[in-house]
Design a protein around this ligand. Structure first.
Ligand code: A3P
Length: 291
């Protein structure tokens, strides 16, 4: 992976994807219109963004929950920093749902008034790395790498969209008191989807009937999302282009796939770096489906 400059650009220490980021938003972050009831999903890439977009849009939009509308989740909960030709942020009805990979120090300053709700979804970084490796090799907007080793070096050095995983999560966690933020892990969502949807609803101060809750949980499972054209990103896949037809955005959707990809040596190296970087961060990480 020697061609980062072709794919990435760095702005204030953070790597953005050159082809799809709106420079206007990035450079004028504090001028963006933010409403008090906006909700932001914040993730490092490959940590469950699409899944959370689906959950939040199912919670908020009846038409999505009841299948009466046919709008992609990418348009219901658009990326804040991307060029979104199909979405006019100003015309979105409140409460607006956005997602973003921004680090804590690049979001609009108005977030510190603690009105905007932020849901930070994190995932064990070995599965993030594994998911990211496959995704970068699939999607032509990203630089492909010929081996897990090459990708792991780039990931650990932060030479990828999202920069360094440790900086991203540490930054948001250490500044959590500046924001109205809830942390939730991908693994918690995977192991207890209903419980996680309940936690999310409680954070959003949104009460759902039992039936609506059932509908959210049912439509947010991996299998159901994979077969739902509004949620599986198949259309977006065609739009942005992939290196092969077989790969899918919703790939395995599980915990612990890293075990099939990292060697013993890579795993031990990763553990050493993880332990050094995550000292004093009491977030819980789950590395295996059976944990
Ligand atoms: P895998 O590549 O490990 O399968 P993001 O949306 O941040 O890019 O994250 C993508 C990862 O989330 C992919 O992981 C994808 O399969 C997984 N994912 C998406 N929807 C999911 C769901 N309903 N349940 C579990 N995992 C899901």
């Amino acid at each position: 992976m020697d061609n980062q400059d072709e794919y990435l650009f760095n702005f204030r220490g953070y790597n953005f994807l050159r082809s799809i980021v709106s420079m206007n938003i990035v450079e004028n972050m504090d001028d963006q219109e933010i409403r008090d009831d906006d909700v932001f999903i914040v993730t490092y890439p490959k940590s469950g963004t699409v899944w959370t977009q689906q959950i939040l849009s199912l919670i908020y939009f009846d038409g999505h929950r009841n299948n009466t509308e046919n709008i992609q989740i990418a348009e219901r909960a658009p990326f804040f920093e991307y060029k979104s030709p199909n979405v006019d942020f100003a015309k979105m009805p409140s409460p607006r749902i956005f997602c973003t990979h921004l680090p804590y120090y690049l979001v609009p300053k108005v977030f510190k008034n603690k009105k905007v709700k932020i849901l930070y979804i994190y995932r064990n970084p070995k599965d993030v790395l594994t998911s990211y490796f496959h995704y970068s090799n699939l999607v032509i907007l990203f630089e492909a790498s010929n081996s897990v080793e090459t990708f792991m070096q780039a990931f650990l050095d932060g030479r990828v969209l999202g920069s360094n995983w440790f900086d991203h999560i540490r930054g948001w966690y250490e500044h959590r008191n500046d924001f109205n933020i809830m942390f939730l892990s991908y693994e918690d969502m995977k192991k207890d989807l209903r419980g996680s949807v309940l936690k999310i609803c409680s954070f959003l101060e949104k009460e759902l009937s039992k039936e609506d809750m059932e509908a959210v949980v049912r439509q947010a499972t991996f299998q159901n999302m994979k077969s739902d054209p509004r949620a599986n990103y198949d259309d977006i896949k065609k739009e942005i282009g992939t290196r092969n037809n077989e790969g899918t955005f919703l790939r395995k959707g599980t915990i612990g796939d890293w075990k099939h990809h990292l060697t013993v040596d890579q795993n031990e190296r990763f553990d050493r770096i993880f332990n050094r970087n995550m000292k004093n961060i009491p977030l819980k990480f789950i590395w295996d489906m059976n944990e």
